[in-house]
Design a protein around this ligand. Structure first.
Ligand SMILES: Cc1cc2nc3c(=O)[nH]c(=O)nc-3n(C[C@H](O)[C@H](O)[C@H](O)COP(=O)(O)OP(=O)(O)OC[C@H]3O[C@@H](n4cnc5c(N)ncnc54)[C@H](O)[C@@H]3O)c2cc1C
Length: 452
């Protein structure tokens, strides 16, 4: 593409078919070929690309690593995919102010390792942390196991530099730990799924690393008892940093994929991790173990760092392991109030039995966020026809319990048709108004979040 060549350096864009194919998909399983891929190396490249897109009637689709679950970075044919992978520098770690400044293409896990070396940590830890980018995390307001104690990406973003769809550069938020001047545009951009602005720089809050960590694995003979254990632990004024659940189907899938030796003759497992002062967490671990025992759970404590790492590696392999046995599965990430975790797990089991389609459940049970995997075979028409009904029933049960249809994966393309199950017309109208204000010509990530 010649005129793009006048604006950008050789090697920072492509129209080669094989490249385009590689940038047309995400983890939702959807894919499409864009017209061009641009790899900006700085903010100016982003502004130049916007100018080019506007002059040539093209849309822009921001992309991090394409690990999104809802089609957020999947392009239309008339689109430029703006892949941030080369803007991947950690610009500053400021221990005195507990902040870090990063470019959007920094891989979450790279930031984690960099901080660990100096005694700090960045709490949001999506299970995809070895591949996903901080820009993608901000755009999706990503969570992760540690969200139970530490919150989600939104709680750590202090400032954002972003390019608007008309090419203007904005900086939102404050460098300080507090600031209430005007509307909170930073929080608006977090979770905006690449539909309002292209994020080019982020100032994050970081924390001192905890002194010690204890990891407990607990097996149960009923998923309901595992769910009840979660609520009981929280109600006992204990706050583990993670409380992950895996059901029987998930355990079997991970064993097959990684051969980690999880017990298969159990119905569910909880992975509970506590962090903080060494003496305090030993006491808390004992209380957690007692609660697990009172719900007939069988405890195992990870003895050293290697066994803890092995458990987390296995936990992070859950999603690929389930894809391996059901490549066209539908993955939803509902959230219910913590006291309803057992109820939703039972409700999902009933829906699975009613439709005769297996549903695997795993996820961040401690904060009520369950990944519900409907194991649909897209080559089987009957099972595909049932899948939307299943998803609607799961969403209805979730909403009836006071929950939400997405805790961390966003709406993107795949969930747009369910938006009005949760949001009323006034909310949707206000949100569409915000989109129009930022992007009156609808050139940035069109078709995402809203059906029209
Ligand atoms: C195995 C696996 C496990 C996962 N576990 C978790 C989990 O525990 N918690 C969780 O929250 N998610 C999880 N996810 C989902 C996914 O990793 C997150 O949504 C992640 O934040 C996406 O980051 P990405 O860099 O891959 O972004 P992409 O998928 O490339 O993009 C996601 C969205 O962000 C937009 N975007 C990307 N970069 C920018 C930018 N610079 N400016 C503006 N918009 C941008 C895109 O347009 C798109 O709408 C998991 C995914 C997989 C495959």
């Amino acid at each position: 593409m010649r005129s793009l060549g006048k604006l950008l350096l050789e090697g920072t864009y492509t129209t080669d078919k094989e490249d385009l194919i590689c940038y047309g998909y995400d983890a939702s399983g959807l894919d499409n070929c864009p017209a061009t891929v641009v790899w900006p190396i700085n903010t100016l490249d982003v502004i130049k690309t916007v100018k080019f897109a506007r002059e040539n009637g093209l849309k822009i689709i921001p992309r991090g690593a394409g690990s999104g679950m809802t089609g957020g970075s999947v392009p239309g044919e008339d689109s430029i995919v703006l892949s941030f992978e080369k803007m991947n520098r950690i610009l500053e770690i400021d221990a005195g102010n507990l902040t870090a400044i990063v470019e959007p293409g920094v891989i979450n896990g790279h930031l984690q390792s960099e901080l660990e070396d100096s005694g700090f940590f960045y709490p949001p830890d999506p299970a995809s942390l070895n591949i996903c980018t901080i820009g993608g995390n901000v755009a999706e307001n990503a969570g992760g196991p540690r969200a139970l104690k530490y919150g989600v990406t939104r709680d750590y973003v202090m400032q954002i530099e972003a390019v608007l769809p008309d090419g203007r550069l904005i900086s939102t938020g404050v460098e300080t730990s507090k600031g209430v001047v005007g509307y909170d545009l930073t929080r608006l951009l977090v979770g905006s799924e690449g539909t309002l602005a292209m994020i080019t720089k982020i100032r994050l809050k970081i924390l001192p690393a905890p002194e010690a960590i204890v990891t407990i694995l607990c097996a149960f003979n009923s998923i309901e008892l595992a769910g009840k254990t979660v609520s009981k632990i929280i109600a006992s004024a204990l706050l583990p940093r993670t409380m992950e659940i895996m059901d029987r189907m998930t355990l079997m899938a991970v064993n097959k994929y990684k051969n980690v030796g999880f017990p298969e003759n159990v119905e569910a497992m909880l992975l509970v991790e506590l962090d903080g002062n060494r003496r305090a967490i030993v006491q808390d671990a004992e209380k957690v173990s007692n609660i697990c025992n009172s719900f007939e759970g069988k405890i195992k404590i990870a003895e050293d760092v290697a066994s803890r790492d092995m458990l987390w590696e296995a936990r992070r392999a859950v999603s690929p392991a389930l894809y391996k046995i059901s490549p066209t599965k539908i993955n939803e990430d509902i959230v219910v109030p913590i006291t309803r975790v057992a109820d939703i797990l039972v409700a999902v089991q009933r829906i699975s039995e009613k439709f005769g389609i297996p549903i695997a459940c795993f996820g961040h049970a401690g904060d009520g966020n369950i990944h519900v995997n409907v194991m649909v075979d897209k080559n089987n028409k009957e099972s595909v026809a049932k899948s939307e009904k299943i998803v609607r029933e799961i969403f209805k049960a979730t909403l009836d319990m006071g929950g939400t249809i997405s805790g961390e994966h966003g709406i993107g393309l795949t969930k747009a048709k369910y938006l009005d199950m949760e949001l009323d017309a006034v909310n949707i109208e206000l949100m569409k108004g915000v989109k129009k204000l930022f992007d009156p010509e609808n050139i940035l990530n069109p078709g995402k979040v809203f059906l029209s």
